[in-house]
Design a protein around this ligand. Structure first.
Ligand code: GDP
Ligand code: ZN
Length: 459
C-alpha cells in the first residue's frame, strides 16, 4: 500500500458539466476535509461511505471556489483500493485547477500518469492471502533482488497489458465506426486488417502465458517439499541452504493447509518450503506428519526435493518416497557425498534423468552451490536470471488471459469467415473487459472516448 497521498483531475480537462478531482491514499479523507465543507455542517468522514455529500470548496483565505459534491470511499472499496475522496465540481478548467492546487496545499502530491490505475493494479493483485504473505516478506527485505525485480515486472506487465488492450480498443473503434456510422468518412476496415491485428494480440497473450510459470513463482514462491526418510540429511540440507549468504527466511502458518510453511529467498529464487518446521523438529518427518499428509504435501508441491543418503544403500522406505515423488517435478539429492558411496548413481540417473540427480554434502557444503544454480535455472530458465519481458504473476491473471485468448481466437475465426462485424466486436469487447479486469482499468468509457477522440462523431 502506498504511503503517500496523490491527487489529480480524473475527468478530461476542458469544458464539461462535471469535473472530478480524485484524491487517493492514506490522507485522502484528511485532505478532502481540509477543503470541502458540507452544507449540513457535518464532516465528510461522518457521512456513510460512498454517499454523496453536498457542499462547497473554500480557498485557504476562506473565499468560495465552487459548489460541489464530495464522496468518501473507504479502502479497499475504491478504484485504487486505498482511501479515496472524489470531489465533483463544475467542469471548467478554473475550478478544477483551483481545487487540485488546494489538495496539494493540504498534503497530496500530483499523481503521475496512470498512477491511480497503477495503485489499483498493485493493490488489486494481492488477492491470495498466501501471495500476500510472501510479498510482505519480500518487501521487508530491502536488499532482496527479488523485490526490485518483482516491482519492475509489475510495471512492465501493466504496460504490456495496456498495449494489448489498446490494440483491441482500436479494433473495436474501427469496427464500431463502420457499424454505427456508415456514412462517416473513415478509413476502410477490412477483415484482413482486423484479422492481422487480432493475431498480433493473440501472440502477445500467448507469449505472456508461455512465461506464466516464472511469473507465478516470482509472485507466490515455488511450493517445495523436502522429503526423505529419517537421517538422510534433510535438516542438514535445509540448514546448508540457509547458510547461503543470500537466503532469507520467515515462517508463517499456512492458511489453506494446516501445515507450517517457510519462505526462503535463495539467491533470488523464492521458495515456499512446506512443513520444514516439522522437518527440523523431528528426525521422523514422514512418520510425524503421517503418510496421508505427506502424500497431500507432495500433491501440493510444484517441486519435490527427495533426499537420500548416498553412504547407505536405497532402502524400501527410500523407494516408497521416490515412487511417490516420481509423478511430480522432482530432483533427487544424493547427500553425504563426503562419505564412501553405496548408492547406484547410474541407476538413479537413468530413472530420473541425469540432470535431476545431484550429489552433494550438506556437511562439507560441496555441491550446494551447484544445487542452488540448478534451482535458479529451474525457475528462470537456462539463463538463470530474469529476462526483460513482462511476467504474469498469479493464477487469476493466467485464467483471465486464457479466457481472453480463447475469445480472440474465436474472433479471428469470425474474421476469417467474414462473419458480421458484430460477432467480432462481441468477442473483442469481452477480451478487453478481461484484460481490464487484470489491470483494474475501466474499459467501456475508454472505448467511447476513443471513438470520439478519433472520429469526432456527433460533434
Ligand atoms: P534428517 O533426519 O533427514 O533431517 O537428517 P539430519 O539432517 O538430521 O541428519 C542426520 C545425520 O546425518 C546427522 O548426524 C547429520 O550430521 C548427518 N549428515 C547430514 N548430512 C551429512 C553429510 O552430507 N555428510 C555427513 N558425513 N553427514 C551428514
Ligand atoms: Zn531432520
Amino acid at each position: 500500500m502506498a504511503e503517500d497521498t496523490i491527487s489529480a483531475v480524473t475527468t478530461a480537462l476542458g469544458e464539461g458539466a462535471v469535473g472530478i478531482v480524485r484524491i487517493s491514499g492514506p490522507k485522502a479523507l484528511a485532505v478532502g476535509e481540509t477543503l470541502f465543507k458540507a452544507a449540513s455542517g457535518k464532516a465528510l468522514g461522518a457521512y456513510p461511505v460512498n454517499t454523496l455529500a453536498y457542499g462547497h470548496v473554500y480557498d485557504t483565505d476562506g473565499s468560495l471556489v465552487d459548489e460541489v459534491l464530495a464522496v468518501y470511499m473507504r479502502a479497499p472499496r475504491s478504484y485504487t483500493a486505498e482511501d479515496v475522496v472524489e470531489i465533483q465540481c463544475h467542469g471548467g478548467v478554473q475550478p478544477l485547477q483551483k481545487i487540485l492546487q488546494l489538495t496539494f496545499a493540504a498534503g497530496a502530491r500530483p499523481a503521475e500518469a496512470g498512477e491511480f490505475t497503477k495503485r489499483a493494479f498493485l493493490n488489486g493483485r494481492i488477492d491470495l492471502t498466501q501471495a500476500e504473505a510472501v510479498m510482505d516478506i519480500i518487501r521487508s527485505r530491502s536488499e532482496a533482488s527479488l523485490k526490485l525485480a518483482a516491482r519492475q515486472q509489475q510495471g512492465q506487465l501493466a504496460g504490456e497489458l495496456r498495449s494489448l488492450r489498446k490494440q483491441l480498443v482500436d479494433i473495436v473503434v474501427n469496427l464500431e465506426a463502420v457499424i454505427d456510422y456508415p456514412e462517416e468518412d473513415i478509413e476502410d476496415v477490412t477483415y484482413g486488417r482486423v484479422q492481422e491485428s487480432l493475431s498480433t494480440v493473440c501472440s502477445g497473450i500467448e507469449h505472456l502465458l508461455a512465461h506464466a510459470h516464472t511469473g507465478k513463482i516470482l509472485r507466490e514462491g515455488l511450493r517445495t517439499a523436502i522429503v526423505g526418510r529419517p537421517n538422510v540429511g534433510k535438516s542438514s540440507l535445509l540448514n546448508a541452504l540457509l547458510r547461503e549468504e543470500r537466503a532469507i527466511v520467515s515462517q508463517y502458518a499456512g492458511t489453506t493447509r494446516d501445515v507450517i510453511e517457510e519462505q526462503l529467498l535463495l539467491d533470488g529464487v523464492p521458495l515456499v518450503l512446506a512443513d520444514t518446521a516439522g522437518i527440523r523438529a523431528t528426525d521422523d518427518f514422514v512418520e510425524k506428519i503421517g503418510v496421508e499428509k505427506s502424500r497431500q504435501l507432495l500433491a501440493d508441491s510444484e517441486l519435490v526435493i527427495c533426499v537420500i543418503d548416498g553412504s547407505d544403500g536405497l532402502t524400501d522406505e527410500d523407494e516408497a518416497i521416490l515412487e511417490a515423488a516420481a509423478g511430480k517435478p522432482c530432483v533427487v539429492i544424493v547427500n553425504k557425498s563426503d562419505l564412501p558411496q553405496q548408492v547406484d548413481l547410474a541407476q538413479l540417473r537413468e530413472r530420473f534423468g541425469a540432470d535431476k540427480v545431484m550429489t552433494l554434502s550438506a556437511k562439507t557444503l560441496v555441491g550446494i552451490e551447484a544445487f542452488t544454480a540448478w534451482l535458479k535455472s529451474y525457475v528462470y530458465g537456462s539463463k538463470g536470471t530474469l529476462g526483460d519481458g513482462a511476467y504474469i504473476q498469479n493464477a487469476r491473471q493466467e485464467r483471465l488471459l486464457r479466457e481472453a485468448l480463447a475469445g480472440l481466437q474465436d474472433a479471428e475465426f469470425a474474421a476469417q469467415d467474414y462473419l458480421p462485424y458484430d460477432c467480432i466486436v462481441i468477442d473483442v469487447r469481452s477480451a478487453i473487459d478481461l484484460l481490464g479486469e487484470i489491470t483494474g482499468d475501466t474499459v467501456q468509457d475508454e472505448i467511447i472516448n476513443e471513438i470520439f477522440e478519433r472520429f469526432c462523431i456527433g460533434k
